[in-house]
Design a protein around this ligand. Sequence first.
Ligand code: SF4
Ligand code: SF4
Length: 360
Amino acid sequence: MNLPMVNENGYYEIRLESIGGLGANLCGKMLGELGAVYMGLNSASFSSYGSEKRGSPVKAYIRWCSDSIDIGINSPVENPHILGLFHEAMIGKMSVTAGVTEDTKVIINTASSPDDMRQRLKLYGGEIFCVDALKIAMESKTRINMVILGAIAKASGFIPLDMTVDMVANTIGKKYPELIKNNIEGVKRGYNETVSKFFEADGKYEKVDYEEVKNRWGYDNAPVGGINTRFGSTVSNDLSASREGYIPLFIQEKCINCGLCDTTCPDMVFQFKPGEYKGKPAMVNSGLDYHHCKGCLRCVEVCPTKALVAGNEREHSNPKWFVRNKDLIAEHMEFEDTGANSWVTSDSYMDERRIDGGIV
Ligand code: SF4
Ligand code: SF4
């Protein structure tokens, strides 16, 4: 197969930006296999990730070239022909669009339009492809990476859908034959339900160069005291970028205050307070502080009364939730679509302790 465009080294390059748990690493490996085994190209794929835990940043790199050229480098992809963004919460927190040029096709998992996304990404130029991968994955009972794979095939303009489907069927089918149908549906829907728009580099936003070294801290540029100010740390107090699109919703009327959620939650999200239950003094579950929630949904699994249910974060992202004001929280306690009344409490005991000068 002939590649439609290549860089000065003869490579067609793809970069995937994601967080651990969304399957970008596997998606990268599958694209590597697609190039080498199915498209007759020389192909390389590798990923870069830290502690291999859910929610931590992951990058996957794929290089393709004609079989007459050797792939002699294994450095990160700086100016990708295709950039896949698995999670829109990363926008503004990491320079995920660094190195994008007018020739880049940017695929993003979002329910928003390409115009909205250009503004949010402050994208210099290029073609934006939007696909609601989370919704499709939930409906098709597949994973986000399969939907993004289909969207990449569509955006490329040269990767045949049937070849992509064959590769998925053969790869997944070896180990999990029962998952083939749903995964293929995810790939096909990603291909067919992606919407796109091209934006010229009109000077509205600046080009951002890819400079890995800028993101590193050393003795001369680390914050005072060596604190970690990035999202997810105790300083920024925001785990939203670690979530995969799901949040637990709390239906207080069903809660029996058993405390199983609190015992299970690894991040102290539940706020129990002295109160009254069935006419007796008790510690009462008064809600969740989403600042600390990483969306693992373990609490949903253990709740014996279904007082906790899984929700699509996008459908419950009223910014007023995140205002630390009791009156506003009271206004937003009713959510008719699920019957859940989850909110961000203004009085997280972790915060109180911080304000009081730390845990004593
Ligand atoms: S596990 Fe369910 S019922 Fe028990 S305290 Fe938590 S939300 Fe309430
Ligand atoms: S999903 Fe539930 S268990 Fe997981 S971090 Fe959030 S509140 Fe805790």
